[in-house]
Structures are given as structure tokens and as C-alpha cells.
Design a protein around this ligand. Sequence first.
Ligand code: CU
Length: 313
Amino acid sequence: MRFYLLLLTLILILSCKSKEKQNDSEKNLEVEISPLKKGEVSVLTQSMEFITADTLMSGWNTLIYENKSTEVHFLLMDLYPVGKTIADTKSDVLPPFDEGMKLIMEGDMENAVAAFGKLPEWFQKIQFKGGTGLISPKHTAKSTVYLEPGTYIMECYVKMFNGEWHTSHGMLKEIIVANDSTTLEPPTPTISLDISSTDGIVLKDSVTAGKQIIETNFLDQKVYEHFIGHDVNLVRYENNASLDSLIHWMNWMNPSGLRSPAPEGFTFLGGMNNLPGGNHGFFEVDLVPGNYVLISEVPVADEKKLLYKFSIK
Ligand SMILES: [Cu+2]
């Protein structure tokens, strides 16, 4: 009898132990879900490159873009037409842009337009699927976008001090977005804004200090004079900063536009890059008291109502 009791106790102890083990392994499984599966995408720029994973999962992804360089950058996700890769960008897209920009710098707008005319037909089929807005040196931008499977080019076309594109100096990376999807649900916004070619940037909520998740609803999209569409950039500015210098800078077609150095007195805090009409995305910011402007990277943003000022007390 005593022997059976002992045996029973032993069995109980052992089965408890194995249950514990099972729980432990379940816990480990939870811990082992990779950041990419959770939709957490870290991107780093140290000078003129994108350091990040080569393959992402489809669905909602939060791009956490750390700018450790000395220049302003952004991150834009271009969904390429099937069959086109970074080799095609390098052979067909960069040369017309390099030639066109060089001519703009020389003040030869007519031949610049002719150079951009050499862009291949498939260039028009690229879909811009969002990304971060402009982000100042030593800052981190956080934007959440929905990525469908396909071949993407991650790019930044800000210009260097000499007027040459960042894209032509390494800020061009091919990314495969796989069929397998992330587990990320879209975040709950604290503020919503609409952006359109007709009404510009329209805030739906009041803005207060602290951590904010801003939803950006692209009601429509269109190709402006600079061959691309509208986006949303959040910029904090000093009392003495000239908004006109910012508006001028936010147009890459100006020889000094979108080119280092960025205008004085402005800190770029990210935002949402170009999305197709009907799409939405999110970006996260921690707002401290100060003056702010939401602005699109388009020619004469103020005349298009693609500029919205506010302040945090
Ligand atoms: Cu850049």
C-alpha cells in the first residue's frame, strides 16, 4: 500500500513537472515570435544607406526609422511592377533623374524636362505605398503602413550638399515583401487627419502635448508639377524660422530645394509618405510645447492648402 502511495505521489510530481515544462515551452514560443512577424521593422541610416531586413512580411508594418546621419532623410516604399527590380532602377530610372537634376542646377529647365522624358514607361506603374516623412538627424520616425506582397524599392530622394540625389549615393534598397503576413493590427489613433488635392490637410481632432498616434487618410492622390503626389510631414519650428524658406525647400525642383542643408530653425519629425487615394496609415510623435506645421513635399504647398500650422502650449 505504502509503495503504491509513493508511486502515486511520484507520478503526480512528475506530471506536474512536465506540465511546468510545457508551460515554459509555450512561453518560449511567445518570446520567439520574431520582430518582423510582429511587424516591427527597424531601419537605420548612418550616412547614406538603409540598413534593414531584405525581406519583410505583408500586412501592417511599423517602420522604425532611426536617422543617425548628419542629413535629413525620409523613407518611401515603391511597389514595383511585376518583373522589375533594382537593376532596372539603376539602368533606366537613375540616369534620367541624375541628368535632369544636373540640368536644373545649371538653370536649363527645358532640357531638364526633356531628360525626365527619358524615364521608362513602366516608371508610371510604380505605386507609392507610404513610408516615413522627413526626419532630422539624430531623430527617429515611426510610421505604420500596409504592405501588400511584391518587390519594393525603399528610397530617399533628398539631395546632398552638391545637389546629387541620395538615391544615387546608396539610399535605394530592394525589399521583398512576402506572402506570409505579420500579426500586427493597425494602431488606435489619438488624432485623425484627411489629406486631399482639393481641401489640403484637414485635422479632425485638436492636438495636445504628449505621445500621439496620427492617422492619415489619403482621400485622393494626384501627380503634381514635380511628378509625384502629396504626403504629410510634421515639422517643429523656432519662433524666428521663416516658413517661406520651408515652403521653398519642400520642392525638389528648386535647385536648393530638398537639398542639404535643410532650412534653419526647423526640426523634421516624420509623417506619412505618399499613399494612393483611399489608403490610410499612421505615424507616432511625442509632442512638446512649440510651433508646428504639417506640410506636403510639393511645390507651393501653401497655395494648395497642403500646409497646416498649430502650436502646443
Ligand atoms: Cu536621404
